[in-house]
Design a protein around this ligand. Structure first.
Ligand SMILES: [Zn+2]
Length: 564
């Protein structure tokens, strides 16, 4: 009898392979409070403003300055051919600090300002200039009462990934922008306002005048309402329904019975938050939106036409192909490549100067054709130029390809300003220039490390002895709440484990470990990791009291030198 019971117990145990009780955090792991103090007040405030309970990661991690969490291959490690790819979601200064420039002859007094401001002030300021206090909060400049009528058009231009560190890298590549800065109001101590510094979240900051903790678009890869993890605009659906706050465009349309013209050109759905919900917002209409999809062939303009209008007059594929041919021939040979990159590859084309020119041609056609600035009701035009970011991901900001795309974007900016003077009239419009984040310097040039997200996720599961991780993104971990509860593992335990993760724990299989300096194998990857439970309870006052932190890159509020 006893033997049978033992045998049955052994079978039961083998069948269910019930894991033992989970371990606590690793010995010596820093506490959450210690990590918050290490990160400091500015960084934790950015993470707090960027946290939304519905869409955010469960554990937000912050790599040590210079490190980047990205899918990469070990091919070329230790050689000149090292994989240049990086990501840019951190709260460190090189991602957070961006230019804000207000330009409007006769309307904006030129000057330099070094008080700490962020991109959420842009829609508030433009709203005030339009004569409508639509969004509460501070403005960059008070409207000049002596000017008279509001501007007929306001324009927001965002260079994707065009933070100060990119401009500093290529100081000769933006002569027209530099001229606008000379003749406009430049905010040299501006940030994007929140972290993670991801495209979707920050474009929504620019559009709504509030942070992700209010507008809800906290991530690119986000927690979705059904509990899964995926694209915050639902991939090709390009649906902004998780953007909970109205944009300036939504509110301006609603106030004026959709008489204003509202439109944008950008690259993908992640930029829609800078403009509007289109007809999805109660009372809204189908605003003009020109986005891009990388199929068929080399790609084409597109948008979700249920909510937005895609114009019929845009330049077609032949325009892009001709521009690619000219680019191809720059080196004297028509061989289908530019600096060795395949110009037929839809995952390369959007990072080229030819693509920038193609978007620029579409923008000029919009200005020629649409009724922008035609009547007294202020119209709103939004422009996002992607190539600086796209190229930064595939080539890195230090690559000469980035200088070429920055120059091409500068030419689009020049032609935009000339067209506004021509079509709307000098003195009748105002332009705000900014960027949604800076870029990650190439790790090989800074001593930074690349960490593979999937390997980090597997390490979490292995340490806790069960499958807990749903997805690891460049900004944090999404975890299976049911599995956490069943096992009695807290988010705090996971965050404290992440803090102990070392570079040698996360190398892809094809990396030759002997090529890595032994001291690098032992280096901690993360400066800290904060569980959602901590951010959900934290107040701005408590974050502000954390002190300066241990990293100079965590100072986001002191005036900093900029390449002017
Ligand atoms: Zn971006």
């Amino acid at each position: 009898m006893a033997a049978a019971t033992l045998a049955a117990a052994a079978v039961a145990s083998a069948c269910t392979s019930e894991p033992g009780p989970p371990p606590g955090p690793p010995p010596g792991a820093p506490t959450v409070e210690e990590m918050a103090r290490t990160l400091g007040a500015d960084v934790v405030t950015a993470l707090l403003r960027g946290y939304h309970p519905s869409t955010s990661t469960d554990v937000a991690f912050v790599p040590e300055p210079g490190n980047t969490v990205v899918r990469w291959s070990g091919k070329g490690l230790g050689t000149d051919a090292a994989d240049p790819r990086t990501t840019h979601p951190t709260p460190w200064d090189y991602h957070q600090r961006v230019p804000i420039v207000l330009y409007g002859p006769g309307r904006i007094e030129p000057g330099r300002f070094d008080d700490p401001v962020d991109v959420t002030a842009i829609p508030r300021t433009l709203g005030a200039m339009m004569g409508a206090d639509l969004i509460r909060g501070g403005v960059l400049v008070e409207p000049d009462a002596s000017v008279g009528a509001p501007p007929r058009a306001v324009v927001v231009v965002a260079y994707d990934g065009g933070g100060w560190n990119l401009l500093e890298q290529w100081p000769e590549a933006w002569p027209f922008l530099r001229g606008l800065m000379d003749r406009g109001a430049v905010f040299t101590n501006a940030t994007i306002g929140s972290a993670p510094s991801v495209t979707s979240a920050i474009h929504a900051n620019m559009g709504t005048g509030v942070y992700p903790n209010v507008h809800g678009v906290a991530e690119i890869t986000a927690r979705l309402p059904d509990g899964s993890v995926g694209d915050v605009f639902f991939e090709e659906e390009a649906d902004p329904r998780l953007l909970e706050a109205p944009t300036l465009g939504d509110q301006w349309d609603a106030r004026n019975d959709n008489r204003p013209w509202v439109g944008m050109i950008g690259y993908e759905s992640w930029h829609l938050g800078m403009m509007s919900h289109g007809s999805e917002w109660p009372g809204g209409d189908r605003d003009v939106a020109v986005l891009w999809e990388d199929e068929p062939d080399i790609g084409e303009f597109f948008v979700n036409e249920e909510l937005y209008e895609l114009p019929g007059y845009l330049p077609g594929e032949e325009d892009l192909r001709e521009r690619l041919r000219v680019l191809d021939g720059e080196d004297g040979a028509i061989d289908g490549s530019w600096r060795g990159w395949d110009l037929e590859d839809p995952t390369i084309v959007p990072g080229t100067p030819a693509f920038v020119e193609h978007q620029g041609a579409a923008l000029l056609e919009m200005l020629r054709t649409e009724p922008i600035g035609d009547d007294e009701v202020t119209d709103l035009l939004f422009v996002e130029l992607k190539a600086t970011d796209f190229g930064g991901h595939i080539w890195n900001m230090v690559a000469p390809e980035e200088e070429a795309v920055l120059r091409a974007q500068d030419e689009v900016l020049r032609s935009l300003v000339e067209a506004l003077d021509r079509e709307v009239g000098r003195g009748e419009w105002v332009l705000a220039f900014t960027a949604d984040h800076g870029q990650t310097p190439k790790p090989e040039t800074t001593g930074g490390l690349r960490v593979h997200p999937d390997i980090l996720g597997r390490s979490v599961d292995e340490y806790f002895g069960r499958k807990l991780v749903q997805k690891v993104t460049p900004s944090g971990l999404f975890l299976d709440h049911g599995a956490l509860d069943a096992a009695g593992v807290s988010l705090e335990d996971v965050a404290r484990f992440v803090a102990t993760f070392r570079y040698g724990d996360g190398l892809p299989a094809d990396v030759d470990r002997s090529a890595v300096p032994p001291e690098d194998l032992e280096r901690p990857v993360f400066a800290g990791a904060l569980p959602a439970t901590y951010l959900a309870e934290l107040t701005e006052g408590e974050a502000a009291a954390l002190g300066p932190g241990d990293h100079p890159e965590g100072d986001l509020t002191s005036p900093a030198p900029v390449p002017l």
